[in-house]
Design a protein around this ligand. Structure first.
Ligand code: ADP
Length: 679
């Protein structure tokens, strides 16, 4: 469409040709003025000239356009070849039809050799199946996303590339744009390795580690934390941190956590943690914040240190310190500390108070301390230090010290030696003021002794008098009853005779009892009356005394070698006689008894062994108590005093008596007699 203002290209061309003609005609007018041409001829000539000019002009334009085109093509070829991206034109069969230089370089094959080869031969085995699928799709359907493939260049390490195929053009070929992402891949692998490493590191860290996001939600919970709390990570991940906070300290702990969310970090802050089993652990926390590139907080990582046992130990220590203070205070106990090397002696306040030492005059050494010690105890004090330091024996002595009052104070001083590299370094000790205790106990002990001796004397007196005085009336009862029986023998009926027999029996038993008691009370508890006694002779006497029962029972008694000892002869007779007569009495069948002796370092050991009825171990102690019998009087005669007399005699001879026996298996009575008995 042409208007006044708007001219078509051909109009413009014509206009330009007209102008050019005018210019050239001006130059040629003299030549043409000689020639006379008709108007038509002139018009035709003009048209021809115009056309010629137009053609020339068009030709020039075409030449320009051609030049531009050639320039553009060279540029395009440069772009195509030197682009950092590889371009491949590939036929559906996979044959490479075209490739730029970058592509040829990527596969390490000259471009001219590459053309005609199949792209599939350059796919690394790891990507082969994956690539085939993708390649097939590229020719059948539209694919927008690129495919990640591992290429295998000739004689080179594999490279990772992203391949994007253009839509297949007619003729069944398509363009593949290939970008080398090997470096990217390496960085990616590196990053994921670092990430895995960090995660493993966090997981295997000894200390509990937890990571939370700005919403206070747990995002990471390591193994150590699992062990600490009893929760497994899945139970707490994505939960609010509150799940780990005990209610009692929740407010304070939350404040500390919120502090981190506002960009601060925890620096050894104590936050108790609630375990799954509802135990509370005390954890010392340190935290760091993690930010993204825009300096926005994305997480807080906190590492804890379980100090529960330390805290408990501290608490216990405080508690025991309090107890110790209380004990020291109420027990009036002072503490001292002696440095072996320097000779420096430290006394605590209580110690100073006890000893009456005053700070300015006390020079913290032993000499200075000695000034308050009783003259007679000074050597003792030095000796105690010497023995502890050189002989490693515990320090222990009782010292008299001046104190503040008029009287001497008694201090029980004890201490322990400490060594450094096997060398004595210090003695740490206590001193207990025992003045009051000593005074009290001395008088109490004295009084007690007095009372005991008096009551013993009275008791012996009483037992003696009672048994002695009772013998007389008893004898009267017994003889008058017997007389009664004799005189009225004929007039008494059977019942009366029986009663009289009971009375006679009873009084005889009573007589035995009183006799036993008398013997028992006569064994004095205090020492004395010891002489050299030949036990063999003692036993001869015993056998004589027991002649009747030995003969009657046909007892077989064997006696081993017997020593001569220091003892009370009468009591030895009594002792052996009681044991032998028991062995005869409690026999089954013909009694077989053996006696033996053994000399030991500090005592003699005697044994009396029988094969009688034996004694149940349950009663081994009981039989030595007075009046204790295990048998009825109908079966075996006796008073239950014999063994208690034996025990008293043995103890008076600094010995011990016991029995080894089982019911039905005979008994062995053993006793010792001390060697060093003073008269
Ligand atoms: P008694 O012999 O007068 O009963 P003892 O004091 O001598 O009193 O003994 C106490 C008890 O110990 C006896 O009654 C008896 O049960 C038991 N006994 C003592 N010696 C023997 C022994 N050799 N065999 C078995 N039992 C014995």
């Amino acid at each position: 469409m042409s208007g006044n203002n708007k001219k078509t290209d051909s109009e413009k061309l014509r206009l330009k040709a007209e102008q050019n003609l005018k210019l050239s005609l001006g130059k040629r007018s003299s030549v043409l003025s000689d020639t006379v041409l008709s108007n038509d001829q002139l018009a035709l000539l003009h048209e021809l000239q115009i056309h010629e000019i137009e053609l020339k002009m068009q030709n020039e334009e075409l030449l320009d356009a051609k030049q531009n085109l050639e320039n553009a093509l060279t540029k395009f070829e440069d772009f195509y070849d030197l682009a950092p991206i590889s371009y491949f034109t590939i036929a559906q069969s996979g044959i490479i039809l075209e490739v730029n230089l970058t592509g040829a370089k990527l596969l390490n094959v000259a471009r001219s050799h590459l053309l005609g080869l199949n792209i599939k031969t350059f796919i690394n085995v790891t990507s082969k199946s994956h690539f085939s699928l993708f390649f097939e799709k590229a020719f059948t359907e539209e694919i927008n996303s690129p495919c990640e493939v591992c290429l295998q260049p000739k004689d080179k390490d594999p490279v990772w590339v992203l391949i994007q195929f253009s839509r297949p053009v007619l003729g069944g070929k398509c363009l593949a744009v290939v970008i080398n992402i090997t470096d990217l891949k390496k960085t990616e692998n590196e990053l994921s390795r670092t990430k895995n490493y960090l995660e493993q590191l966090i997981d295997s860290a000894n200390g509990p580690i937890v990571v939370w996001n700005p919403n206070s939600e747990i995002v990471l919970f390591n193994k150590s934390f699992e062990r600490l709390t009893g929760y497994c990570a899945e139970e707490v991940i994505n939960k609010k941190l509150d799940i780990l906070l005990p209610y009692s300290s929740m407010k304070r702990s939350r404040a500390a956590i919120e502090h981190t969310i506002t960009g601060n970090h925890m620096d050894s802050i104590e936050i108790p943690v609630l375990c799954k089993n509802l135990d509370t652990k005390i954890i010392l926390w340190n935290s760091a914040n993690i930010y993204n590139d825009d300096r926005e907080l994305i997480a807080t990582i906190a590492q804890g240190n379980d100090i529960t046992s330390r805290k408990n130990a501290e608490k216990e220590l405080e508690e025991s310190q309090r107890k110790l203070d209380l004990a020291l205070q109420s027990g009036n106990i002072g503490i001292w500390d002696y440095d072996v090397k320097s000779g420096f002696l430290f006394l605590d306040e209580r110690m100073e108070k006890m000893t009456g030492i005053t700070e300015p005059s006390f020079e913290n050494d032993l000499d200075s301390f000695e000034e308050v010690v009783h003259d007679e105890d000074k050597a003792l004090l030095r000796e105690s230090f010497r023995r502890t330091i050189h002989e490693n024996s515990p320090f222990g002595t009782i010292l008299r010290v001046k104190g503040k009052g008029k009287h001497w104070k008694y201090l029980n001083v004890k201490g322990i030696l400490f060594k450094e590299d096997e060398v004595p370094s210090r003695i740490l000790g206590v001193a207990i003021d025992i003045t009051e205790m000593k005074n009290n106990s001395e008088s109490i002990l004295f009084k007690l002794n007095e009372e005991l001796a008096r009551s013993n004397r009275e008791l012996q007196q009483f037992a003696y008098v009672a048994s002695h005085d009772l013998q007389e009336p008893l004898r009267m009862v017994s003889s008058f009853t017997q007389l009664l029986a004799l005189k009225y023998e004929n007039s008494l009926d059977q019942n009366a005779k029986e009663y009289i027999r009971y009375a006679v029996d009873g009084s005889k038993r009573m007589y035995d009892l009183i006799n036993g008691l008398l013997t028992f009370s006569r064994i004095e508890t205090k020492s004395g009356n010891f002489e050299d006694v030949e036990i063999a002779k003692v036993l001869k006497e015993v056998l004589k005394n027991l002649k009747f029962s030995i003969e009657q029972s046909k007892a077989k008694i064997t006696i081993g070698k017997m020593p001569a000892i220091r003892a009370s002869k009468n009591q030895m007779i009594q002792l052996f006689q009681n044991l032998l007569s028991n062995s005869i009495k409690f026999s089954t069948g013909i009694p077989k008894i053996s006696l033996s002796s053994e000399e030991k370092k500090d005592f003699y050991l005697f044994t009396v062994k029988d094969h009688g009825i034996g004694i149940d171990p349950e009663y081994h102690e009981k039989i030595f108590q007075i009046f204790q019998r295990l048998v009825s009087r109908d079966e075996y005669e006796g008073t239950g005093i014999g063994l208690s007399i034996c025990k008293r005699i043995v103890e008076r001879h600094k010995g011990r008596i016991w029995v080894n026996s089982k019911s039905g298996e005979g008994s062995t009575f053993l006793f010792t007699i001390g060697k060093r008995l003073s008269d």
